[in-house]
Write a protein that binds this ligand. Structure first.
Ligand code: ZN
Length: 159
């Protein structure tokens, strides 16, 4: 899924949580390795060298890695670190559904159990090419955000 949608959906789902902004941060963190590399790829730099960076991207999209990081962070903080597990798994599951086929030289699908296995599960929607999904996704976001905004405005006027 695209960067903006990851932010907007996470912000929506976590809006009533005390850890809202940390959850949003963890919902976009998995894409940082590829976000750093993508401009270079677009400019035509050596793609083979960049493939080495994909392993980092595979790791940030692995439920296994996220689970281990969650346990370590929770042990360190002596409390369950919810923003990490909810933010990152939200990211991975939306990618799992919306990453169909390869895009920009990146292999198709998501490797949920990397580095144990690089077996990738291909998505059912291509978020870049399926226009109906683009319209549905952003249409839903606009409607939900508008509803929340108008509801908040109405409540403020009522007080
Ligand atoms: Zn991603």
């Amino acid at each position: 899924m695209d960067f903006l949608s990851h932010i907007l959906w996470a912000n929506l789902l976590f809006r009533k949580k005390q850890w809202r902004w940390q959850g949003v941060a963890f919902a976009i963190l998995p894409d940082f390795p590829i976000a750093l590399v993508m401009p270079l790829y677009i400019l035509g730099y050596n793609v083979d060298a960049m493939r080495q960076l994909w392993s980092i991207d595979f790791a940030t999209h692995s439920l296994l890695v996220i689970g281990i990081l969650f346990v370590l962070a929770s042990l360190y903080l002596k409390r369950y670190y919810y923003p990490l597990i909810f933010g990152s798994t939200l990211h991975v599951f939306t990618d799992l559904v919306t990453h169909k086929g390869s895009h920009a030289g990146y292999p198709p699908g998501t490797a949920l159990f990397y580095p144990l296995t690089e077996f990738r599960i291909d998505g059912i929607i291509n978020y870049e090419k399926d226009l109906w999904f683009l319209v549905l996704n952003f249409g839903a976001l606009i409607l939900i955000y508008s509803y929340i905004y108008l509801k908040g405005k109405k409540q403020n006027e009522g007080v």
